[in-house]
Structure formats: structure tokens, C-alpha cells
Design a protein around this ligand. Structure first.
Ligand SMILES: Nc1ncnc2c1ncn2[C@@H]1O[C@H](COP(=O)(O)OP(=O)(O)OP(=O)(O)O)[C@@H](O)[C@H]1O
Ligand SMILES: [Mg+2]
Length: 234
């Protein structure tokens, strides 16, 4: 069984099912990437793994424990950190306050973790007193990822961390995500920049209409003519 394992996830928002038997897995020290067309259910799958969606069927396990019925905050306590696709920073709060919010479930001193976040994203140290709403898109994404890291997660879930940033900033963010992986954290990430994301993916999932269409290593998906033609623009 994988460190994170989501099996046969089926459910939606009350109407028709959005997820139909979706399965995902990631190991510690690995990056798993979910790609697929708009509306495929990628964000819904992330919400389901994080406990923001009541599944009709299926189960989620983390480190061997069944967490299917746990609330999101209980999953955070178990080691999940989630950066949602939208509204993922408190724009009216400073960078430092955003990071402190990330640590609110901890009862120990988060200063050392904050120093690690500042080492990973030096620009955040520079701008620690600035309101997150005044930052560039790329810097905001760094705040969002930093906030999630403040809980010292063993699984970091990122929904489109490079949305709306320049190619250069995207490359930099991916480099930071590789550094995060190297610390032994499991990374589960949705990405619209499919080709670049699959290049750093240990495993990749192509999700279509809430169902796994292709599952393989990132390299194998990049080499698959079907995947290239249908999902990577040739
Ligand atoms: N809160 C919601 N209530 C009802 N339906 C929703 C809700 N959120 C998403 N949906 C629907 O669920 C389906 C999947 O949406 P989802 O956001 O998971 O797709 P996605 O793959 O993340 O798309 P994108 O690439 O645009 O981010 C869509 O048909 C969408 O309209
Ligand atoms: Mg989405």
C-alpha cells in the first residue's frame, strides 16, 4: 500500500457524480502529478483526498490508516498540507501572518519551520512585513506553499501552484518543489503546465471525466503518443 492511497473515489457535489472510481497514490519522497482537461475533476479529486467532499464510495488511506471519514483539520493533524487552486492566501495579512496561520494547529514553536520556509523562498523573508495581496502572483504562490509547509506535512497537496505565473517563475517553483521532495515529503500536485510537470513527476495521472485515463511514470506518459496527441498538444 502506498503512503497516500485513494481508491475508487466516487462522488460529487450532490448532483451527478464528478469522480467515478478515481484512484491516486503517492509515496514519500515522490511527486505525483494529475493532469487533464478543464472540468475533468482534478480539483474535486484533491478536495476528496483532503476531506472536503463526502465520497459516496471509495476510501483514502494515509500511512496505512483509513482516513476516509476524517475532517480536513483532522487530516492536517495527520500530516496533510493542502494548497487549494483559488483563494489560497489571506490577502489582507502580511506574509509572516500568513505563515503563522499555517502553524495554528501546532502547539510547539514554529520559528524553526518559518526559517526553513524563508530559506526555501528567500523573497518571503524580504517581504515578511508586506501584505500578501500586494505581492506578485508567483510570490503569492510561494506564500501559499510556505503556509502549507508550516504544518510540517508529510504529504503536500498543490492544486495548480504555477497558475498565472511566467515560465521563468514556473521553473523556479518546480525547482523548489523538487527540493521539497528531496526532504522526503510526498507531493501530490495538479498542473495545467502538463508537459513541464510530467518532466518532474515520478508518477502521473491523466484524469478525464472523473476517471483515470492514463497512469504511468511521468517519463512514460510524456513518451506515449496517445497522451501526447490528446493532452500535451502533440
Ligand atoms: N462547488 C461545486 N459545486 C458544484 N459543482 C462543482 C463545484 N466545483 C466544481 N464543480 C463541477 O465539477 C466538475 C469538475 O470540476 P473541477 O473543478 O474538479 O475540475 P478541474 O479538473 O479542477 O478543472 P480546472 O482545470 O478548470 O481547474 C465541473 O463540472 C465543475 O463544474
Ligand atoms: Mg481545478
Amino acid at each position: 500500500m502506498s503512503f497516500l492511497s485513494a481508491e475508487a473515489m466516487t462522488g460529487g457535489y450532490g448532483g451527478a457524480d464528478i469522480l467515478c472510481g478515481c484512484a491516486l497514490a503517492v509515496e514519500r519522497g515522490e511527486i505525483a502529478v494529475i493532469v487533464g482537461p478543464n472540468g475533468a475533476g482534478k480539483s474535486t479529486a484533491m478536495k476528496a483526498v483532503f476531506g472536503m467532499l463526502a465520497l459516496r464510495e471509495g476510501r483514502v488511506t494515509l500511512d496505512g490508516d483509513d482516513i476516509t471519514r476524517l475532517k480536513p483539520q483532522e487530516r492536517v493533524a495527520r500530516g496533510m498540507g493542502f494548497v487549494p487552486q483559488t483563494r489560497n492566501v489571506f490577502t489582507g495579512m502580511t506574509v509572516e501572518e500568513n505563515l503563522e496561520m499555517g502553524a495554528y494547529l501546532r502547539d510547539d514553536d514554529p520559528a524553526e519551520t518559518m526559517a526553513q520556509v524563508f530559506a526555501l523562498f528567500p523573497v518571503l523573508a524580504e517581504k515578511r512585513g508586506q501584505r500578501a495581496g500586494e505581492l506578485s502572483g508567483g510570490q503569492r504562490q510561494q506564500v501559499a506553499v510556505g503556509r502549507a509547509l508550516m504544518t510540517r506535512p508529510s504529504l503536500l497537496m498543490l492544486d495548480e501552484p504555477t497558475a498565472g505565473v511566467s515560465p521563468k517563475v514556473m521553473d523556479e517553483l518546480f525547482d523548489r518543489i523538487l527540493e521539497i521532495r528531496a526532504t522526503g515529503i510526498a507531493v501530490l500536485m495538479v498542473e495545467q503546465n502538463a508537459r513541464q510537470a510530467l518532466e518532474i513527476a515520478d508518477r502521473g495521472y491523466v484524469l478525464v471525466q472523473g476517471t483515470n485515463r492514463h497512469t504511468d511514470t511521468g517519463a512514460a506518459l510524456l513518451a506515449d503518443p496517445d497522451v501526447r496527441r490528446s493532452f500535451l498538444g502533440g
